[in-house]
Design a protein around this ligand. Structure first.
Ligand code: IMP
Length: 196
């Protein structure tokens, strides 16, 4: 069975990729299961670059196929901030309650039509022969006027999806995975993996 290492320490991401690749006939290992650690510095200017930096750093140390992702929130009225700095915005250790409150404050005078935003996820696959594939998934939405919902994580409470009439923090995990940037990118990379 072909082995894949997914370069993340995040248990939720592992669960999601295992669900999506469950019928692929591929063995998916977490970094921990592979006995590896990821020390690569995410200093790329784009989500794609960061995913590639992580994946190639791990691939140099294994014969398995390596996948890595990078994701974040782009807010149009804030010049696409926090973007690749989504996790580091206002400092890694600042709570999302504080980060979300600050974003809502910065958006106070932004009219409804200009509150557009998107979650972006890039997933990079590096194959043992050195071939590299990168895909991107996005979900379009709007920045709300107050945090809503208890599910999800990060910026979910302020990310409103008009078609669903709620924030991504008000969706179930399954609902969100079906339409999310990460779900889309993982299903796209699955096609790449199955065609090899
Ligand atoms: P990373 O891809 O694990 O580096 O995460 C990037 C950061 O983007 C996260 O820490 C969150 O702040 C934000 N982010 C990415 N995806 C989501 C999401 O689905 N909901 C809420 N925040 C997200």
């Amino acid at each position: 069975m072909k082995k894949i290492i997914f370069a993340t320490g995040n248990a939720d991401k592992m669960k999601e990729i295992r669900e999506i690749l469950s019928d692929s006939g591929l063995e998916i290992l977490s970094m921990k299961e592979a006995g590896m650690a990821c020390e690569a510095e995410e200093n790329g200017a784009t989500f794609e670059e960061n995913a590639r930096i992580k994946a190639t750093a791990i691939a140099a140390r294994t014969d398995a196929i390596v996948l890595a992702d990078d994701s974040g929130l782009e807010i149009d009225a804030l010049n696409k901030e926090p973007g690749v700095y989504s996790a580091r915005y206002m400092g890694e250790d600042t709570s999302y309650q504080v980060k979300n409150r600050e974003i809502l404050k910065r958006m106070e005078n932004v009219e409804r039509e200009k509150r557009t935003a998107r979650f972006v996820c890039a997933v990079c696959a590096v194959f043992p022969d050195g071939e590299v594939h990168t895909v991107r998934g996005t979900i379009e939405g709007m920045i709300g006027y107050e945090p809503k919902g208890e599910n999800g994580f990060g910026y979910d409470p302020i990310f409103y999806v008009p078609e669903y009439g709620c924030s991504t923090a008000e969706m179930t995990r399954e609902q969100k995975n079906e339409i999310s940037h990460r779900g889309k990118a993982l299903r796209e990379i699955k096609k790449v993996l199955m065609n090899r």
